[in-house]
Design a protein around this ligand. Structure first.
Ligand code: ACO
Length: 382
């Protein structure tokens, strides 16, 4: 009998067709619906990127205005949910809190008056699409509220005249962010919004394939994103930087880790065999905010880590990924490590909902097989 082949971690397995995102892992290129991520960063903000991912096209000025008005109007978290945020045990990680709270967004009323025309232009069912898209702003607000509550501070209500990124920062700190802070955070959101069939998006699609509600798919996405091999790596990178503490100790610390055959967080990727283009963009952001805040210790340590890993694992295609520099940007924005992955989640919701929509458009439930290696049939009775 021929040996049955299977793919550990589904490597190389094509499970669907998609029009949302494409990645050239060898060249380190990332495209959202055919647009190069660097071009999007130069020209567009997170609102436009979210629109593009969901509707498939960049918005016209009129469409953008309708969409931004909608996102602003849907920044509504009812008191019952605010109470739930405040009752969440502090022993839970904010990612566990978000995973638990997202399903509670199911019954939150959504004001769709500003987007009815938009949905009809795209031939979409306004009710379900509106509810899905409202998750972008609801989750942004919820994340900021969880942040406040986690730090024992009073909840700050949304600011009507700020864009999505600035509003999230405002709801966390209580201060209107500077233009540079807003730009840095907005670009982080855009860079984290989508990345093909990664673990959390695939999880969301599997849940959507059962015809479960979008909130269930997004909540499951949070569960998958939390893990340190996926979105949770950004927090671990900063724990590593904190443990290393100074540029002088970096080389010895990393060499010891590699000698112990331990992974260095923020490096390696299933798809990229060169530097992750998102890491390039975030490194540039970090350079700017570090100089602005006159604090270059982290970027110096991170660059030494990368150099030492490359010198010691040069034969393996292990390069820095999106999680390597992002935590240090968030740190400069005053956000502590436990909230790095929640920031990732608040961005990735745009990708998840686009994938849920795509999954539903040509659905077949996911149900892979497995190679059974357990005992042959046996009797329960002795
Ligand atoms: N440090 C040191 N060695 C590494 C690293 C790393 N960060 N990543 C992979 N390797 C080595 C492995 O030890 C393995 O070596 P071996 O063949 O000698 O056993 C080889 O490279 C292949 O690694 P796998 O873990 O099998 O690769 P896989 O594609 O399954 O995993 C992953 C990819 C999870 C990203 C992995 O590189 C990793 O654990 N990185 C650290 C965690 C991390 O940064 N995750 C964030 C990824 S980006 C994101 O999800 C948003």
């Amino acid at each position: 009998m021929s040996k049955v082949e299977f793919s550990r971690g589904l490597e190389g397995v094509i499970v669907a067709e998609t029009g949302i995102c494409s990645i050239d892992g060898a060249k380190g290129k990332l495209y959202y619906r055919g647009y190069h991520i660097e071009d999007l960063l130069q020209e567009r903000d997170f609102e436009d990127v979210s629109f593009l991912l969901y509707f498939g096209e960049l918005p016209t000025t009129v469409q953008r205005n309708m969409f931004c008005e909608f996102l602003c109007k849907t920044r509504v978290i009812p008191q019952t949910l605010i109470d739930a945020v405040q009752r969440m045990p502090r022993s839970l990680h904010p990612m566990e809190v978000m995973q638990s709270l997202v399903p509670m967004l199911t019954n939150v009323p959504v004001d769709m008056s500003s987007v009815q025309k938009l949905f009809s232009d795209f031939g979409l069912d306004g009710d379900s699409c509106g509810r899905d898209l409202a998750l972008i702003s609801q989750i942004g607000c919820l994340t900021s509220m969880v942040y406040r509550s986690y730090h024992g501070k009073s909840i700050i209500l949304p600011h009507d005249s700020l864009g999505h990124a600035a509003n999230m920062l405002y709801m966390m700190s209580g201060k209107t962010p500077t233009q540079n802070e807003t730009k840095a955070f907005d670009q982080c959101l855009s860079l984290h919004a989508e990345h093909g069939f990664n673990a959390s998006t695939f999880t969301a699609r599997v849940v959507a394939s059962t015809l479960a509600p979008t909130v269930s798919a997004v909540s499951a996405g949070y569960g998958a994103l939390f893990g340190p091999l996926h979105g949770g790596a950004n927090e671990k990178v900063m724990q590593m930087v904190a443990a290393i503490a100074s540029p002088e100790h970096t080389e010895t610390w990393i060499k010891q880790r590699l000698k112990n055959k331990e992974k260095v967080m923020g490096l390696g990727h299933r798809v990229y065999k060169t530097r992750d283009p998102r890491a390039n963009a975030i490194e540039t952001l970090l350079e700017v905010v570090s100089e602005e805040h006159n604090n270059t210790t982290n970027i110096t340590i991170l660059r030494i880590i990368e150099k030492v890993v490359r010198e010691n694992l040069g034969d393996k295609p292990i390069h820095v990924n999106v999680d390597f520099f992002s935590g240090s940007v968030y740190e400069q924005l005053g956000i502590p490590p436990t909230f790095y992955t929640p920031m990732f989640g608040a961005a990735r919701v745009s990708g998840w909902i686009a994938h849920v929509r795509e999954q539903r458009s040509d659905n077949r439930i996911y149900r892979p097989g497995a190679l059974y290696i357990g005992p042959t049939p046996r009797n329960v009775t002795l």
